[in-house]
Design a protein around this ligand. Structure first.
Ligand SMILES: Nc1nc(=O)c2c([nH]1)NC[C@@H]1CN(c3ccc(C(=O)N[C@@H](CCC(=O)O)C(=O)O)cc3)C=[N+]21
Length: 276
């Protein structure tokens, strides 16, 4: 059987074109558009991500504003910064980088976001809307998974999707989005019994657990579609949650790097463009 490599690049490029058109039209109409990125302290992963996002905003003609609060900032101070951005007409979207330092209540910060500017779907309002199928958008990574499946025309209706991971940013929202597409969804996590057995039943596997090479070929049904969300930094560079040998058993898979990650970044820009 021929294996389809579902590269993220063509998906990202197709989305970028649409976003560019929207941004140009808004600018012609005299509208200013900018993404605000809020960091508290100095989390290295957040800086890596911010650098990526700044590059893409620039390439699409979207403005950016970096709001940097010191590592000793209080919850009230972070919320105050978010409120200012909520009321700023030049800011189309706000991304508070997580995790925040221990003394800051990240959930309270998420809840303070104006829902329409909540790019990463951190507010309970947007999370709840997603649950009832009326969301503005989901977080970027789950949307990227769905965009890839759609771009490569993977049939979803009636398929059994097994999601590994139950985080608020990936596992839970991607399970909801798959459910919206009429998949039968199983969510596995650290307390799941017989996890390999369940994964073996999957037509579609979405791996989002943050463990390098966790999904091995013996856990995958021949011909399954495998979406790898993992970005694990190892001595050998960035590797996914899925072992490379799984590619030989799957009918389609996303590579890491160059798969979900590249589309995820563009989905952030898509969320900004929706506010134009
Ligand atoms: N509210 C919030 N949302 C986040 O999504 C969030 C966050 N806070 N805090 C920090 C972490 C870290 N993070 C990264 C994303 C991509 C790369 C990365 O290296 N991406 C590669 C993609 C690698 C690939 O191709 O798979 C790239 O853009 O080229 C790193 C780090 C997001 N985060």
């Amino acid at each position: 059987m021929e294996t389809l490599m579902m590269s993220g690049r063509p998906v990202a490029d197709a989305c970028k074109e649409q976003i560019k058109e929207k941004v140009e039209a808004a600018q012609k109409a005299g509208k200013k558009v900018a993404l605000a990125i809020v960091t508290v302290g100095e989390d290295p992963a957040s800086f890596v991500y911010r650098k990526r996002l700044l590059k893409i905003t620039e390439s699409l003609g979207i403005g950016s504003r970096c709001v940097e609060l010191p590592g000793i900032a209080t919850t009230a101070e972070v919320i105050e910064a978010v409120r200012k951005l909520n009321g700023d007409p030049e800011i189309a979207g706000i991304l508070p980088m997580m995790p925040m330092p221990k003394q800051v209540d990240g959930e309270a910060v998420g809840a303070a976001l104006a829902p329409e500017k909540d790019m990463d779907c951190l507010s309970p309002a947007n999370g709840g809307a997603l649950l009832i199928g009326k969301g503005r958008w989901a977080a970027c990574t789950p949307r990227a998974c769905m965009a890839i499946l759609k771009f490569y025309k993977i049939p979803l209706d009636g398929k059994h999707a097994v999601v590994l991971g139950r985080s608020n940013v990936v596992g839970k929202p991607v399970a909801l989005l798959l459910l919206q597409e009429n998949c039968t969804v199983t969510v596995c996590h650290s307390h799941t019994k017989n996890l390999p057995e369940l994964v073996r039943q999957a037509d579609i596997v979405v791996a989002a657990i943050g463990k390098a090479g966790f999904v091995t070929p013996d856990m995958v049904k021949p011909g399954a579609v495998v979406v790898d969300v993992g970005i694990n930094v190892t001595e050998n560079g960035i590797v996914g949650d899925v072992a490379p040998e799984v590619a030989e058993k799957a009918s389609a898979f996303t590579p890491v790097p160059g798969g979900v990650g590249v589309v995820s970044n563009v989905m952030m820009m898509d969320a900004v463009a929706r506010n134009l």
